[in-house]
Design a protein. Structure first.
Length: 89
């Protein structure tokens, strides 16, 4: 999957260290998986600059509107590419 880079608030991100800067932003390196429990949608996120042990399930609400727009565009583009492969003579 193509990598998606976004910022999200500290609240749903892995902890780096204790700091007085509560507005610190973390960057999403990649969306690994999606899971749905009823009406709740979570994404397994690989955080940029952290190893895989910090990957975490994050509710879509915590990733913000920008994330959803980018994710949906990526999903749409991948579907078009897949369909295009079958439509080529």
């Amino acid at each position: 999957m193509d990598q998606i880079q976004l910022s999200a608030s500290k609240q749903q991100q892995p902890r780096r260290s204790k700091s007085s800067n509560d507005d610190k932003k973390y960057e999403v390196e990649e969306i690994l998986e999606k899971r749905v429990f009823g009406k709740v949608i979570d994404y397994r996120v690989k955080w940029k600059g952290y190893d895989n042990r910090y990957n975490s399930w994050t509710p879509k609400e915590n990733l913000g509107v920008s994330f959803l727009i980018i994710y949906m565009n990526l999903k749409h583009n991948l579907m078009e590419i897949s369909l295009g492969m079958y439509l080529v003579d």
